[in-house]
Every structure is written in C-alpha cells, then in structure tokens.
Ligand binder design. Structure first.
Ligand SMILES: [Zn+2]
Length: 314
C-alpha cells in the first residue's frame, strides 16, 4: 500500500505471539511480521527478533517517510516511567528488562511503552467510524486485560498501567479455579485461553476452541453448555465494567475471542436479558474491528499520539 502520511511502528508483545508493523497515521498496516513470542536468552531473543523485524519492515516500506516513533504494547504492569515491565504473570522473563531503552538502542527511534490492553483499546477506539464517548475494550487471549477510554482519553490507573480487569473476581465459590496471579475465581482463571482449554478437558471436550465453536453451531449440546458456562463470568465482568465507567460501548477481542466469537455473543445476550432497573441502557457489546491487528495498530497510533502531544507542549 502506498502512503505519503507519516509512519509509525507498532509492536504487540503477547503471551503467545509477537507482532511488529509499520503503520501510517490513519492506522493502515504497510508491512508487518509476526512470530511465536521468543522466550529464550533472558529477553535477548525477543529484542533480536524485534530489531530484525523492524529493519525488514523498514526495507519493505522504503520510499515512505521513516517511522517517527515506535509504540510497544506489553502484557504486564509498567514501572511509573514506562521504560520497563515490573510484573508480567504470563511472560515473566521480561520483568525488569529495560525494554524501552533496548528498542531505542537497536532501532535509533523514539519508543514508548504502554500496556497491551491500552494499545488494543486505543487501536479499536481509533478504528471506529463514530468514536464511542465512553469505551472499554476487553482482550481475551493467553491472559485477560481491558482498558477504558473516556472522551478520547485513556484512563490511567496506578503505576501507569490499566486496571487489572482480568483479575476481577467472578467466581466466589470455595473451589473456584486458581489464577496465575495466585487468587481464585478471577475472570482470567475462567475465560483465558489456558483456562478454557483446562475447562474443556474437565468437561471431556476437545481442548480446541475452534472445534468448540464449530460443533456448537452444529447443535452439540455439550459445546453450547461449555460456551454458556464461560459466558456467565464474562457477562458479570462486562457489567461490572459498564457500571463502573458508564460505558456506552464495550469491544471484545483477543485471540480467544476471535476464535470463539460465540463467547462474546452469548455474554452480550446474557447482559441484554439481565434484570434490574440499573442495567446500563443502550450498552453496545461489539466484537473487534481490527482482529489480531488491534494491539499492533493501537501501539503505533499511541506512538503517533505521543509525538502529537509532545509537539503541542513545545
Ligand atoms: Zn488473577
């Protein structure tokens, strides 16, 4: 694709996959690379892959303006200066790694870090033709995260990270499933990819969510029951989010949701059918607009926003 607009690089480091893309100011992907997240060498394998992918994508977009900045979405809690991750339950080797400085060093380009949930939410917010006024975006993948955007501003919680919505407690029974964070009954322990695979095995189903999605459409009762059970805690968490922030739109995406869209549809139906006079009125539950690209496009557009905000201050 040809573009004469400024370009930015987005990086989406996930618990399972990592993607890097050159993106223009409208959020169009001009070149991209994806890999299984390299976990070896105490982070060096990841940094080396990012460096290589950056130069390969730069080569493929020769003739375009060079990237003005890099935005990287990371799965964890960032230190207050947003230069490194202090806690990443699904990717512990990046804890403490001076990620921002390493990317700057290898690419020579201004870099900002943000939470992967914020990046995905920003990408989805920008991708919607009519920007929602009060928007939340929930990503369901190896982990579960969410971020909130009110009046076009990212809501910042403590430690400059988004709130830890994946760890909203949705099951308070004594035998609730244990979460990677150590607590029991968190949303992440109930609907993340690994949690669903474990639940499928316990229900004597094939632990393959593509297969569960497919057989549910063929009328398989066990598959439908499985989706319904997972949709219950998700609906609770979505309602909690909607009540807390009075959101008008909640988007749902991430690898699990992309492959098991019935999960979000069923949760949306439960919310629609819920009783109670305080039920959020007109709340829209929508599937992702950008699919697997929301994180990487959002990270690039956050970098664009960073450059804009910085030049306004100067
Ligand atoms: Zn948890």
């Amino acid at each position: 694709m040809n573009s004469i607009l400024a370009t930015f690089v987005g990086i989406d480091i996930g618990g399972t996959n990592t993607r890097l893309a050159v993106v223009d100011a409208l959020g169009r992907v001009l070149a991209d690379r994806r890999t299984d997240t390299p976990t070896g060498g105490d982070g060096e394998d990841l940094i080396r892959w990012l460096e290589n992918a950056y130069h390969v994508c730069r080569g493929e977009t020769e003739g375009q303006p060079p990237p003005a900045a890099i935005g990287a979405g990371v799965p964890g809690i960032l230190e207050p200066g947003r230069s490194a991750v202090t806690r990443a339950v699904n990717l512990p080797f990046i804890e403490g790694l001076p990620l921002r400085d390493l990317i700057v060093e290898r690419t020579g380009t201004v870099t900002i870090l943000d939470s992967d949930a914020v990046a995905a939410a920003w990408g989805e917010f920008c991708a919607r033709e009519q920007s929602p006024k009060r928007f939340a975006y929930v990503t369901i993948g190896t982990g579960v995260g969410a971020a909130v955007i009110l009046d076009a501003n990212v809501v910042r919680h403590t430690h400059h990270s988004a709130g830890h919505f994946g760890h909203l407690i949705c099951d308070t029974t004594d035998d609730a499933r244990e979460c990677p964070c150590g607590a029991r009954g968190c949303l992440e322990a109930l609907v993340s990819g690994p949690a669903l695979a474990q639940a499928a095995r316990s229900a004597n189903l094939e632990p393959d969510i593509n297969e569960i999605e497919r057989t549910s459409h063929e009328g398989d009762l066990e598959a439908a029951r499985f989706i319904n059970n997972a949709a219950k805690p998700l609906a609770i968490a979505l309602l909690d989010l909607a009540h807390t922030y009075a959101t008008d739109t909640v988007g749902i995406g991430g690898g699990v949701s992309d492959r098991l869209p019935s999960l979000a549809h069923t949760a949306a139906k439960r919310i629609e059918d819920a009783n109670g006079t305080l039920k959020p009125d007109g709340l829209r539950i929508e599937l992702t607009a950008l699919g697997e690209y929301s994180g990487v496009v959002g990270a690039a557009l956050l970098a664009a926003k960073h450059i804009r905000d910085r030049s306004r201050k100067e």
